[in-house]
Design a protein around this ligand. Sequence first.
Ligand code: HT7
Ligand code: ZN
Length: 873
Amino acid sequence: PQPVYLSDYQPPAYRVTHTELTFDLDPAATRVKARLLIERHPEADANAPLVLNGEHLKLISLAIDATPLDAAAYELDDEVLRIAQVPERFVLESEVEIAPRENTALEGLYQSNGMYCTQCEAEGFRRITFYPDRPDVMATFKVTVIGDQQQEPILLANGNPIERGELESGRHFVTWEDPHPKPCYLFALVAGNLHSVEDHFTTMSGRDVTLQIWVEKENLDKTKHAMASLKRAMEWDEKAYGREYDLDLFMIVAVNDFNMGAMENKGLNIFNSAAVLTHPQTATDAAFQNVEGIVAHEYFHNWSGNRVTCRDWFQLSLKEGFTVFRDQCFSADTNSAPVKRIQDVSFFRTAQFAEDAGPTAHPIRPDHFIEITNFYTLTIYEKGAEVVRMLRNLVGGESFRRGSDLYFERFDGQAVTIEDFVGCMAEASGEDFSQFMHWYSQAGTPDIDAHGEYDYVQGEYHLTLRQRTPATPGQPDKLPLHIPVRMGLVGTKSGQDLTLTLNGEKLGKDAVIHLRDDEQTFIFTDVAEAPVPSLLREFSAPVKLHYPYSREDLAFLLTHDSDGFNRWDAGQRLALLALDDLIAAHRNGVEKVMDSRVVDAFRALLGGPMSDKAVLAEMLTLPSEAYIAEQQPIVDVDAIHAAREFVRQSLAVALRDEFLAIYEANVAEEPYAPTPEQIAQRSLKNVALSYLMSIEDEQGLALCEAQFAADHNMTDVRQALTLLVHSDRDDLASPALKAFGEKWAHDPLVMDQWFTVQVSRPQPDVLERVKYLMQHPAFSLKNPNRVRALVGAFAQNRVNFHRLDGQGYQLLADVVIELNRLNPEIAARLITPLTRWQRFDETRQALMRSELERIKQQPLSSNVYEVVEKALA
Ligand code: HT7
Ligand code: ZN
């Protein structure tokens, strides 16, 4: 497979102004008729051929302006249909046959549980009909769907229904019209035996919008939260961005087989059922919050992505980074803002940092790719969002809003670039973003080494910041970036933020300093007492900040920093220092000794104010094994696990009574609601329970069993089940697992949780369990959710996946090889843990590489090929 380069971008020679499609549905032989109004670009060569994409299509007929084309007039291969001579303006008619039932890749038109649905982003439309499958070709669409009245009573597509009727042989049709020009990746069709819940939203200009969520009948009781989330998101986008919905109907459909979370097709969002269905008995608090965020994200795309779309797929972060930023702000406004930031950053620093340091590292705007679906990454989405956040913080809220208004107005109905977006922000604020643009082109996480010195005599604090972005594949040398560092100086005597005076200017007690050079020293004057610096507040830039904090400094910041995010981060850093010592002790076979400062800090937290329980729960949560691993030069999975367990157990022993008291104080009797208050209470209670269970405290065990048996809601049940299964008390875990598995055998999304709980336990029997569970009737390799819940979760189980006999790697490679045939996109994603081989000891490196080599020997899809090739380069 050959890469595509950003530098080769050419505007399309032909555009499609209007698209008419007729689908005659059949599982094995769906007929798709297309009628395309096409015109040559005024600047294109009159002899330019018409090049249409098309894959896995059986061509039935082709005509231009109603005249059939004979075979000599066109060339057809596996990927492209090329017509050498076409008029300046013409109608192209084609008919093709496709087989949705055979489509296990879940791109294009496929069947899920007997229901037809589509996934066209990024390049799935070419599996539906011959078309210029690129986002800068935008057309209005009219779509007729013909199906069986019994099998497919519901026939949906984008826009508004304009006609419906009955046909012969028990068939019927519905015609849909979407007046908004769109790229074909936003096309959608759904057909099946679906049921809907309906609601309404009145827009800011007073228009009534009908909202529908379409699901299988048994899931009708799981749509309430998604509907409420949708209405909140619609209202928020009006207030925060002045964006109003633009059709009379907005539909969401839940499907069981889906490669990602959801898809923002115009007026017809298609969702992975896991990203839309919730019920207190089946979904955890985290799932409720996830659904709220994804519903909002897809809705927000209606403007950031659909009305204003991407010129080409290299600009993917234009819509994804911006939309993630928008959904993050929405969730922060709707729930607890500090907790949302802590959770986002915690995930980001673990997973995106790892991606940015590995062989698949790429800039937010890549300059080449083989398979675009491999680029729906944490870098494009999450780092892209961090960069938009920096822009917002650099220009301030008001200019950012002016910039986004300008962007949406100026580029409405167009396919644009990242420069267009940043240009609007520059125009609205008067700022110069030329250096800032390197964030989009340079991969890798910048390291910032910070060093501070207090001069008692002069009353000055000298802060030196040095930045360096490590080499990444294809990018050996990096330019310095413009890095906004939000900071404060916390006085060690007063415990208060000191006023920051820089170059004679009073900046206030919390300010942003701008690091632009490789190294800069900032001299703060009038600093009356020795401070501890609080740097990178609220994670103001996606960088690794290194400052030689002592444990005393960190304990001080943990209680005195005015920035809630940095208070949490100080706790994490303090725990990491202790964990470092314990990891070394474990490796050296030396007795482990718990750092009393960590115990004291936790005691202070437990005895402190309980005003924000959600933040407290985060503060009491130790860094994950994955995040600890990120800090180590060579990852020793066993030492990390042992050290973390040791800290957990030491804290539990020292603070047993406090954890017990917290548990008891937070048992709620009221009916479940996914409110921030209740969620905070449950998470605090469940963190306390996890400490008690880490020492298999008798009372803790009893509480855990009782929590499981009470069956109050899935958050509590799942936590209790996890703690039992992850403990050594198989006598208690086995009956609980059995009961849970029997109770929920009919619900695939709950069975996914059942799989995950089992394969993430630390005990050494997990590999056998994975193999056994892969034979379970509820498991199927064809369903991405099942694969993620079982095989994906196993690959996150650090001690077991990284077994020294290499069997964990082998199992993953076997699954990748099989999935490569069925679903290349999911197969390619699943390889990720193997691509991180450089981070491990030599034995594991060799084992991981040999599995990658084994995969490479197979006939590979371009998706898997690209990842394996990079991983072994
Ligand atoms: N924009 C959507 C991306 C997406 C996707 C991409 C590739 C293959 C399958 C996919 N399903 C959805 C989702 C989003 O970011 O909102
Ligand atoms: Zn998105």
